[in-house]
Ligand binder design. Structure first.
Ligand code: FAD
Length: 541
């Protein structure tokens, strides 16, 4: 095999750590620019020169000052394991192809991002230091919008806000489905990470239809129906013919996705959001068992969030305003603060979509089941402008809101948060054990447990934001250890994460077993023999 062997590629990260550990710097942000191990300074400079010839001087960033924004991250990185060597921002597919040619020539690994706002998972930073960020934000065109089919084809740099504005400006009868940080993030990056939103179209990869992928050797692949001569069904039919390939380009490093198709939800005539309040921590089990049948029979059509009180409070409050304790905030304080703000210890958000008649028919059935489980069912009328209700009301209709970003500032302006989302079957019996385990581990490291659960269909995501003080070395180190322990302990009980921050990709990949890793490794060798696309992504060297 020419170029990097798998083991050599892994060393790119290891050497990066050693270099920063050796440097006397308080934060990796101030540390030295990292180079891939295989590249000496001269070769890197030669590669940069060739990249400049492709995209122009203004779009290659290869010095510490101009790469600061690419190094900014909310996750802890005390060893400097995730520092890019630079960034290059192409404006077209042809430029992506030319860049990958240079990357192959110099064995310079490229870490593709769409808008680079993978917050809680590493933002734009790579899985190992030395990789160059391949920033696709300049490729930001909405290429097609079929108003009859409600389908869209976009480039990586298109944000949900762009699509929202396009729909408004053209008065189109559709909603988009957004993650909670929709305005500033991309449909492509979010969907490739298999991200989620909160309308009935919330499973983004499920609603994705057709992609264009640039492989490491420059080959352009259009998946599904995209490669048919004169075809016009690329965004209408997902599966195409033969093996279904789209999946292997999500959460992977097998190619650079340059176009992505998506289905949009027809705007319903009537939309009615609800919250169900539960007073006690252990009620999460009853809530889950009540939601599951309605998700399975689709009487509740959207992914349901079960939001913990502290998660909700952290959206709008900094920790210092709630407590001056060093250790974790006691439940009694959280409960009192929640009650003061019209919140329960758990708050279940769901919505009904349809006509007055269909909603009138299903609401009593759903309401009855929640009430029988001890929940208090409330609507717009009773919540009367409550900011948390308004936030979720906006999300469940695909509206734009950034309020949840408040979570990353829980400990102060520096901002620190890393996400962990283990998956379990959607059964109440799975919940309290998880809550106890997470709370015990997090509190032993001095952190607050700020949870949410989400019931997609038959599965339950436990969304744990580990909020820490990014400005403190001690807090960052505790956050790293805490996250490793959580992933390990949850994994040992069969609760593995569906996604990972760049700092724990390998750890999570181990839990999915050797056969899985080996198949991924073989695919990588076949599609990217020099391992120049995002080595280390999802634990695939
Ligand atoms: C408070 C808070 C709330 C959040 N809520 C949600 C939520 O509700 N739902 C959710 O899903 N996420 C959520 N996130 C996580 C995250 O911010 C979003 O998923 C966001 O959409 C990812 O950022 P992005 O779109 O800029 O993707 P990017 O950062 O551009 O991409 C993410 C990763 O995908 C890969 N990638 C991106 N583009 C390409 C490409 N063109 N080709 C190949 N690989 C590529 C890369 O590995 C990249 O690192 C939340 C984060 C925070 C802090």
């Amino acid at each position: 095999m020419s170029g990097f062997s798998r083991r050599e590629v892994m060393r790119v990260g290891a050497v990066g750590s050693a270099m920063v550990a050796g440097a006397a710097v308080a934060s990796p942000l101030n540390g030295p620019r990292m180079l891939p191990e295989e590249l000496d300074k001269d070769s890197f400079a030669a590669a940069v020169k060739e990249l400049r010839a492709i995209v122009g001087d203004d779009w290659v960033f290869a010095d510490p000052e101009s790469t600061v924004s690419y190094r900014k991250t909310f996750i802890p990185d005390t060893k400097g394991n995730h520092i890019p060597s630079g960034a290059v921002a192409p404006a077209s597919v042809e430029e992506v192809q030319a860049i990958l040619k240079v990357a192959n020539k110099y064995k310079l690994p490229m870490w593709p991002i769409s808008t680079g706002k993978n917050m809680g998972y590493g933002c734009a930073t790579p899985a190992s230091s030395g990789q160059m960020v391949l920033d696709l934000k300049r490729m930001n065109r909405i290429l097609d919008f079929d108003a009859e089919l409600g389908t869209i084809l976009v480039e990586p740099g298109v944000t949900y806000q762009d699509i929202h504005d396009y729909i408004e400006e053209n008065d189109l009868p559709y909603w988009i489905d957004v993650p909670t940080v929709g305005p500033i993030v991309s449909m492509v990056g979010n969907t490739l990470e298999r991200g989620v939103g909160y309308t009935p179209y919330g499973d983004h990869f499920f609603m994705q239809c057709g992609m264009e992928v640039c492989l490491a050797d420059g080959t352009l692949l259009k998946t599904g129906m995209g490669s048919i001569d004169k075809g016009n069904t690329w965004q209408a039919f997902k599966w195409g013919y033969g093996p279904y390939l789209d999946g292997i380009f999500t959460q992977s490093n097998f190619g650079v996705v340059t176009k992505l198709g998506m289905w949009l939800m027809p705007k319903p005539p009537v939309y009615k959001p609800f919250v169900v309040r539960y007073p006690n921590m252990e009620d999460v089990a009853k809530a889950t068992d009540t939601i599951r049948p309605f998700r399975m029979n689709n009487l509740i059509p959207n992914g349901v969030l079960i939001m913990g009180a502290l998660y909700q409070l952290a959206m709008f409050e900094q920790r210092a305003n709630l407590s001056d304790t060093d250790g974790p905030i006691p439940d009694a304080i959280i409960k009192a603060e929640a009650e003061k703000n019209g919140l329960g210890m758990w708050n279940v958000y769901f919505a009904l979509y349809g006509t007055e008649e269909t909603i009138a028919a299903t609401e009593p059935i759903i309401r009855g089941a929640f009430e029988a489980s001890g929940g208090e069912v409330l609507t717009d009328e009773e919540m009367n402008g409550n900011p948390w209700f308004e936030h979720h009301k906006t999300l469940m209709r695909g509206g734009m809101t950034l309020e949840e970003i408040g979570l990353v500032r829980w400990w102060g302006a520096e901002g620190g948060a890393v996400a962990f989302a283990p998956v379990a079957p959607a059964k109440g019996s799975e919940t309290n054990g998880q809550t106890e385990l997470a709370k015990r581990i997090m509190e032993s490291y001095g952190f607050d447990y700020a949870p949410a659960y989400a019931v997609g269909g038959r599965e339950l995501h436990h969304i744990i934001f580990l909020m820490f003080d990014h400005g403190s070395e001690d807090s960052s180190q505790r956050a790293e250890k805490c996250m490793e322990e959580m992933i390990t302990e949850f994994g040992a009980r069969g609760w593995a994460a569906y996604r990972s921050s760049v700092s724990t990709m390998d750890l999570v990949a181990q839990q999915y077993g050797e056969a899985n890793r080996e198949v991924n490794a073989r695919l990588k060798d076949a599609l990217d023999p020099n391992h120049i696309i995002a080595p280390g992504k999802q634990g695939i060297a």
